[in-house]
Structure formats: C-alpha cells, structure tokens
Design a protein around this ligand. Structure first.
Ligand code: SIN
Length: 333
C-alpha cells in the first residue's frame, strides 16, 4: 500500500518568486509580489506527486516593505497551521531582501516540531531560468520530511538548506545570494539533517495578548559617525519607552562591538536605564568577547549579527523580558 502523501500548507507573502517583468530576459527590472499562491503552485505540477498542498495568500509584497507589523500576523497564522493535526509541514514564500529577519523571528517565536521551510527566488517568475519553481519544489520536498522540524525554521534556496539561526543574504543579485556556515545541499541525508543545531535554546513564547511588536532601531556606527544620531534615536526611543513601556536600540559596532568614546558618553548620559541597548559587531563573522564592565542595560550578543540581534531584542521585549531576564535571553545565543 502507498504511504499517505504529506499535507503541506503553502503561505505566500510575495517577493521576487512571485515577481513579473515585461521581458523574459529582464532579471533586474521587475515588480515583486505579482503572482498569487495558486499561480506559484501551477508553475510546478510535479508538486502533486510530493504532497497534498493547500495554498493561501497572506500578503503579496516586496519584502523591503515587510517588517514587525507583518511578522506578528505571519507568526499567528503559521502557528495555527502548525497546531492543525491535518497539516504535516508549512512552506512560506517570501522576498529574499529581508528573508533572514522574518526567518529568525519565526525561528525564535514559533512553537512547533513540524517542518517550517521558507523559500524565495532571485529571478522573477517570468525570467528565462527562473529559480523560483525549483526552489519551491525543494522547499515542499523538505517540508515533507518530519526530521526537518528539529532545527526550527529552515530556508531553501539555490539547491541548499540553510538554518534561520545562521542565514545571511550576501549578494544583491547572484542566484546563490545566501550564505550560512551550516548549509546543507537539498539532498542531505537524515543523519545530516539530524546534526543541524537544535532550535530549542532559541525559543521564546509571545503571549497571545501581544498585539504589536515593540520599537527597536538598529544604527550602524561607522568611523567618526556622529553621536548626534544616537542622541536623536535615544530621544525617540525614550518617548516610545514612556508610552509603551518597551523599546530598544541595537548598535552595529566596529570590531569587538567597540563603542567609540563619543557614543559611550551619549549612551551613558542620555539613555534611560530602562532602555536596553545591544552592542553587536558589524564584522559579519566570529564572536565578541564577554565584557563584565558594562551597565546592566547594555547587552552583548556574541556571534549574533546586528539584524538578528534586533529581531531577538524585539522578540524578547514582546515576550515581556526585562533586566536580568532579557540579559539571559541574550546570553543563550
Ligand atoms: C523582495 O525581497 O521581495 C524582492 C527581492 C527578492 O525577492 O529577491
């Protein structure tokens, strides 16, 4: 007797995978988020042999316009699908530009052992050699493998599987735009999938009462950048903090997350102690050393890059973590 086909839910949110251009040879001038979820499935009839699919359209946008206001409804929808006994796995289509941020948010906030696989494309659906259809096929194939649920949210692009915790877009146009030190090829064995880092220490519960995510800004500190920038953001955050009781700042800093003296003065004198500030390194690899000589609201994030540090701070604040509990949430990275 044939084994039952997996039941996979596709949640479409837009991106280049759903993008169209006037010409099949134009891979640069196109509009993202044009095709609907059903059209994405129609382009890959081979999916029917893999799984029973049901598709829905949550958004249809270019992911440059995706942000915390979208992450929460996406989280709630994917959580509902994951909690449904009639669903074995979930595939999310998304733009590549901010995929790593959405992926990391879902990675920390979703509570499920089922596969959740994000996919995207670098070429629009109308392009010669569009990469979306094969990426979608590989994503559904992976979502049908229960073991893929072990490592939290995964992304599949360019014949590779990349874990959300270690995923970065590194090129604006190349087909293999993403990099991860933990990438596997799409034909990875069960043993390789099992060796993916477990996602357990990354999880945080966002109470159902949370209706909006807190304001957290990210500033990149370049050589000689004006601390007036920090002062302006700190003032805006202080206002948000007074209103909402939660806000935060992430700084992408040189080297070992080293804070220029002028910025240190602004943060020490202007930042209310209730506003957490994460000191991240802008280096893109490695881990920053542990420092014990820092004020209690200055958080270290070791190897977490600034984009993920911001997502982690948003999730931690949304979950109600403050002070020492927020610090511990960052010590777990
Ligand atoms: C987007 O991020 O929505 C546009 C770019 C892409 O998907 O590659």
């Amino acid at each position: 007797m044939n084994a039952r086909r997996s039941r996979i839910a596709l949640v479409a949110t837009g991106g280049t995978i759903a993008g169209t251009a006037a010409s099949a040879t134009d891979t640069a001038n196109y509009t993202a988020g044009q095709l609907g979820a059903a059209e994405l499935l129609d382009a890959v009839p081979q999916l029917a042999a893999l799984a029973e699919l049901r598709a829905e359209q949550l958004f249809n946008i270019d992911s440059k316009d995706m942000g915390p206001a979208h992450w929460l409804p996406l989280l709630r929808r994917v959580q509902a699908l994951a909690d449904d006994d009639a669903i074995d796995g979930i595939v999310i289509t998304h733009g590549t530009d901010t995929l790593e941020e959405t992926a990391y948010f879902l990675h920390v906030a979703l509570s499920t052992g089922k596969p959740v696989v994000m996919t995207a494309a670098m070429r629009p659906a109308t392009a010669l050699s569009a990469d979306g259809p094969l990426n979608l096929y590989h994503a559904v194939q992976l979502a049908c493998r229960p073991l893929a649920g072990r490592a939290g949210v995964l992304a599949v692009l360019g014949d590779r599987i990349l874990p959300a915790a270690l995923l970065t877009k590194r090129h604006p146009s190349a087909i293999d735009a993403f990099s991860s030190p933990a990438a596997l090829t799409v034909d990875a064995s069960d043993t390789q999938l099992q060796a993916f880092p477990s996602s357990r220490h990354h999880h945080i519960d966002l109470p159902i009462e949370v209706q909006a995510l807190p304001p957290v800004e990210l500033l990149t500190v370049s050589a000689g950048s004006s601390p007036a920038l920090a002062a302006a953001v700190v003032r805006a955050l202080a206002r948000a903090n007074l209103i909402a009781g939660r806000a935060g700042l992430v700084l992408a800093l040189p080297g070992n997350a080293s804070l220029p003296a002028a910025w240190e003065t602004v943060l020490t004198e202007d930042l209310p102690p209730a506003v957490p500030v994460v000191l991240a390194s802008r280096c893109g690899a490695g881990a920053t050393p542990h420092r014990i000589d820092r004020p209690g609201n200055w958080l270290q994030c070791r190897s977490l890059d600034p984009l993920k540090a911001r997502v982690r701070l948003i999730a931690g604040l949304a979950a109600g973590l403050r002070g020492a509990r927020l610090k511990r949430w960052f010590e777990r990275v």
